[in-house]
Structures are given as structure tokens and as C-alpha cells.
Design a protein. Structure first.
Lengths: 233, 282
């Protein structure tokens, strides 16, 4: 029978919160997007083609990278097994393990908005896009963490992910292959950037939301499947 | 009495290598069962299958009367406690924080943490970060975590392998108390003294097969009748049969004030294991 207990989710969240306060690697990683946003803010990139970069960078680094490191560390130190062998269900563990990264990513995004002078076009729609972005990047981070054996390995596996999901848009102009450009346009970071630009100019963003929702659903399903497979030796 | 664990024709293979070959056994409610064997004999594989961490290749495994795969259900998981050789702890967190997490996951009152720490002799270490503990102390924390919620069925994989004799004795006392309170215990060990001290029945596992499965007393006496060694004041050791003639001889030594010590010469479980398998346990 499917069970869900907020108490168990909260227990995992509180454990991660206490652990984070003593985890230098994760704290430094969380600060990186803020430095990047401050730099972009200083060079006045708040309204140019790089406008969305601080937010997508925050999602990739704070959302995916930190989440991957936290999940991989649980695997590396054999603590994930303890959670798996406890009464906590798949959903409780996945949500509990994503909650802190989610909250920290939101904090980093809010900080980045101020530091980079990013103009939020429409708060309700922007919030929806950020929630979808969070789900996508946290799920990607969890996947990366589950597929890595060590925290170090997440850096190696994470590099192409960071490049594709965080920076591919920057190189679009240099690519002549139409198929590749179209594929890049469908990446979540590009959909978010296009959506925010569209909101600014009053265009419809329903299509972007649909693509992001599809990414979110696919990422969550894939994460749950991989997690369940990794439960057994 | 009700069987808590039932295993029929269990086979587990990893590629071409057979880890368990047609294993049959059952564990009754309230028993403490020991699986003894050297490294690679299949002990940990057995525990992993019994706790649904590993799927059997063939055979039937039932825990609490139900197929073992149902253990993945959180409500059923609450009934078991597990200490495995690779149970990890959160290094940066304190001992108490590690146990609080699991108290909350199991829905156990946090007051039970103190009792669990008492059982593993770690009172006073609540605020110590786990990374500052010795290997033996970490093992005691993982044991505290496994017993925190007073499970119906407790799986212990080499529970005292890294502990000194004093702490081992203390923990054995705690495990016996837990067993008296109703917890069924399934443990693996290669420590014969531990098996003799804790277990109602012991299985000798060798190359993935159960070679013997009986009470420690029956196992010790099955290999012939024990004898008695008597050490006399003149440093001579006399071996005596445990019969009327032997009793009269001992009485004579005592009357003449010649007797220093008397020892029974039962084979230990370790001796028996070597006899059965040709291998040592370590």
C-alpha cells in the first residue's frame, strides 16, 4: 500500500539541513551562481542575450549539481542504503532528498535576480516556470547522483550536463546544423529563456510551458525508475 | 511455534558463480539463529535476500509468512532492523542526530535513543560527531540504529566484528535482553564464542551450503562423547571418561588433595567447523 508521511520527509530534510551547515563543498558550490550573477550584474547583462543566464545557471549549479553531490555522497558513504531499508517510501526519500536542494536553489535564484538586476516579467508565470525548472533540474541532479558512485564522479558526469543544459544556448549562433539548433531550442534552459523573453514582449508562452511540463514529467519518471532499480543490488 | 522466516530450495548465483546452493531452513519466532561461516561462504548474501535487498535466483523465501519481496512495503519494513557490514552513518552529524533521523523515520519515540545508546555502551557520546568516533564506536552506533525501534526481527551481519571483548560482552547482554522481550534475531558471525553465547541454533555455512544446523550443545556433542581432563598437583594431566569409574577417580584425587583443575574436553564449534569443512572460520 502506498504511504506518504510528511514527518519522514521532514526528518530527511532536517538531516540534510544539519549536514549542509558542515558541508564546505556544497556551500561553496551554492555560492558560485551568486558570484556569476554579481559579475553579470556589474557588466550590465541584465537585459541582453545573457539576461536569463544567472537564473538558468543557478538552476543547473544549485539545483542539479548540488542535488547530484548530495545523492552521490549518500551512495558513496552507504547511507542511502539505510534510508532504503527504512520505512521511508520511494516518494518520501526522493522528495525529502530534493527539498533542501530545492529551497537552497530558490534562495540562490532570488539572490541572483537581485545581484544580476534580472527583471522578473510576470511574477505568477515566472513562479510557475521556476517551479517546473526546479523539478527538471532536481530530477536531473538526482539521476546524476544515482548514476555516480562517488561525489567526485558527479563532477565528471556533471560537466557535459552543465554544458548542455546550462550553456548550450550560448553556442547556438556558432552552429549551422538546423537539427542541432532545434534540439538546443527544446532544452529546458532555452525554453525558460525564451519564455521569459516572450513574457516581456507579451507573447504567448503556453508552448514553452508545455515543453517544460513534458521535461519535468519525463525527468521525474526516469528518476523514479532508476531509483527503484538501484534499490536492489 | 510460528515460523518468522521460511526458506525453501534457495539458490543465488552471480553469473556462473553459485553463492547459495539449494538452501533450506526456517527460523521460529523468538529464536536467535546464527549463520557461521568464513568470508565468502554466503552469509551476507543470505541476509541481503532475507531483507529484500537481493532477489533470489530460485527458491521460496518467506518472512513474516509472506513472500520476501513484500518487505519493501514501508509498514512491513518497520518490523525489521538491519545491521549490515556496509551500514553507513552521516559522518558530519552527531551520534544523536543520526539516531534522531531513524527514530523519526520509524515513528519511534525519541526517548528510545537513550535506551539504544545504553545498550551499545555509548551514553555520553550523543553530541560527538560520528567522524570523530573509532571504527568500533561507529559499529555500535549502527547497532543502536538497528535496535532503536525494537524490531520484531533483527538481522545482524557480523555485529561485533570491530569491538573489544568488554563491549562485545555488553552488547551480547543487550541482545539477549532484546531477544527475551520478543525480538527474533538472525545473525551472521565467524566468532564461535558469539554464536555459543547468543544462539539457540547455529547453521554452518560453507561454499553456499548449510552443512549442519542444530543447537550449539547438540553440535558439540554429536562428534563423540566428551572427556574430562584433570590437572594434578604433580603437573600430570589425566584424561577421564565421564562415567562412574571416572567419577570415582576424581573423588579419589580430591580426597588425596591432588586435584588442581578439572576441564571438560568438548570440541568447540570452531573445532567442529574445521572438522566439517576443512577450513578455518576467519
Amino acid at each position: 500500500m502506498m504511504t506518504f508521511s510528511m514527518k519522514r520527509v521532514n526528518a530527511i530534510f532536517m538531516k540534510d539541513w544539519k549536514d549542509l551547515q558542515r558541508n564546505g563543498y556544497v556551500l561553496i558550490t551554492l555560492a558560485l551562481p551568486l558570484f556569476f550573477a554579481a559579475w553579470l550584474g556589474r557588466i550590465g547583462a541584465g537585459e541582453g542575450p545573457l539576461a536569463a543566464m544567472p537564473i538558468t545557471f543557478a538552476l543547473v549549479i544549485a539545483g542539479a549539481f548540488v542535488q547530484a553531490a548530495m545523492v552521490a555522497e549518500e551512495k558513496e558513504k552507504n547511507t542511502l542504503r539505510g534510508l532504503l531499508l527504512s520505512p521511508a517510501s520511494t516518494m518520501e526519500i526522493l522528495i525529502g532528498k530534493s527539498l533542501l536542494s530545492g529551497v537552497m536553489t530558490l534562495v540562490v535564484i532570488i539572490g541572483s535576480i537581485f545581484l544580476a538586476d534580472f527583471r522578473v516579467p510576470s511574477l505568477p508565470l515566472f513562479t510557475v516556470s521556476i517551479v517546473l525548472g526546479l523539478v527538471i533540474f532536481l530530477a536531473i541532479g538526482t539521476l546524476l547522483g544515482l548514476l555516480s558512485r562517488t561525489v567526485m564522479e558527479t563532477s565528471i558526469l556533471g560537466m557535459p550536463v552543465m554544458f548542455i543544459f546550462g550553456m548550450a544556448g550560448m553556442f547556438k549562433e556558432m552552429i549551422s546544423n538546423e537539427t542541432v539548433v532545434t534540439a538546443i531550442n527544446y532544452l529546458p534552459s532555452e525554453q525558460l529563456a525564451t519564455m521569459w523573453a516572450g513574457m516581456e514582449s507579451g507573447e504567448s508562452v503556453g508552448g514553452n510551458l508545455l515543453v517544460l511540463a513534458a521535461w519535468a514529467a519525463a525527468a521525474v519518471v526516469l528518476t523514479v525508475v532508476v531509483y527503484k532499480k538501484r534499490r536492489m543490488d | 511455534m510460528e515460523n518468522i522466516i521460511e526458506v525453501r530450495s534457495l539458490v543465488k548465483s552471480f553469473g556462473n558463480k553459485s553463492a547459495l546452493k539449494d538452501v533450506d531452513f526456517s527460523v521460529r519466532k523468538g529464536e536467535t539463529i546464527g549463520f557461521l561461516g568464513p568470508s565468502g561462504s554466503g552469509k551476507t548474501t543470505t541476509i541481503k535476500i532475507l531483507t529484500a535487498q537481493l532477489a533470489p535466483t530460485a527458491g521460496e523465501v518467506r518472512v513474516f509468512g509472506e513472500p520476501v519481496h513484500l518487505l519493501k512495503d514501508p509498514a512491513r519494513m518497520k518490523r525489521i532492523g538491519i545491521l549490515t557490514d556496509n551500514s553507513g552513518l552521516y559522518d558530519r552529524l552527531t551520534v544523536a542526530d543520526n539516531l534522531r533521523l531513524f527514530a523519526d523515520l520509524y515513528g519511534t519515540d525519541r526517548g528510545e535513543i537513550r535506551e539504544a545508546l545504553e545498550m551499545v555502551n555509548l551514553i555520553g557520546e550523543e553530541k560527538t560527531p560520528v567522524q570523530k568516533l573509532s571504527k568500533g564506536m561507529k559499529q555500535r552506533v549502527t547497532l543502536a540504529r538497528a535496535v532503536l525501534h525494537k524490531p520484531d526481527l533483527l538481522f545482524l551481519d557480523e555485529p561485533t566484528s570491530a569491538l573489544d571483548p568488554a563491549n562485545t560482552r555488553h552488547i551480547h547482554g543487550g541482545l539477549k535482553a532484546l531477544n527475551r522481550a520478543g525480538t527474533t534475531i538472525f545473525l551472521t558471525t565467524h566468532d564461535m564464542e558469539e554464536a555459543e553465547s547468543l544462539c539457540d541454533r547455529v547453521a554452518f555455512l560453507h561454499d553456499g551450503e548449510i552443512r549442519l544446523f542444530d543447537t550449539p550443545r547438540n553440535l558439540r556433542t554429536m562428534q563423540g562423547r566428551p572427556t574430562i581432563s584433570v590437572l594434578l598437583k604433580n603437573q600430570q594431566t589425566v584424561t577421564i571418561e565421564p562415567d562412574a569409574k571416572g567419577a570415582a577417580a576424581i573423588a579419589g584425587f580430591m580426597e588425596r588433595g591432588e586435584l588442581v583443575t578439572i576441564h571438560s574436553n568438548e570440541p568447540s564449534l570452531g573445532d567442529l567447523f574445521v572438522q566439517m569443512t576443512g577450513r578455518n572460520l576467519a
